[in-house]
Design a protein around this ligand. Structure first.
Ligand SMILES: [Zn+2]
Length: 95
């Protein structure tokens, strides 16, 4: 198994959701590839945090801040696109 193949199934391997043979191949690759092992550990920690109810909500309203930031970005992106369209339509109508 090469690095690309290992990384494509790394989350499934962490969740033990692969077929036994594929699970063994990933484990074998991780035992001899430090870069993929680091990625495996990083992903494993993230998945553990996501599975932990105490961490899922995040400290100090983190979840609410993330949702609010994503809404703000979406609105500003829309405004940006709308502004661009107005400029383009204004240019076309001026011709
Ligand atoms: Zn690798």
């Amino acid at each position: 198994m090469d690095c690309r193949s290992a990384r494509s199934v790394i989350n499934s391997a962490i969740l033990d959701a692969l077929e036994p043979e594929a699970q063994r191949e990933v484990r074998t690759h991780l035992s001899c590839c430090p870069a993929c092992y680091v990625e495996f550990e990083r992903s494993r920690r993230v998945l553990c945090l996501l599975a932990d109810d105490r961490c899922a909500a995040g400290p100090g309203g983190l979840e609410l801040r993330i949702v609010a930031a994503s809404r703000t970005r979406t609105v500003s992106e829309r405004t940006g696109l709308a502004g661009l369209w107005r400029q383009l339509l204004g240019s076309v109508s001026a011709i």
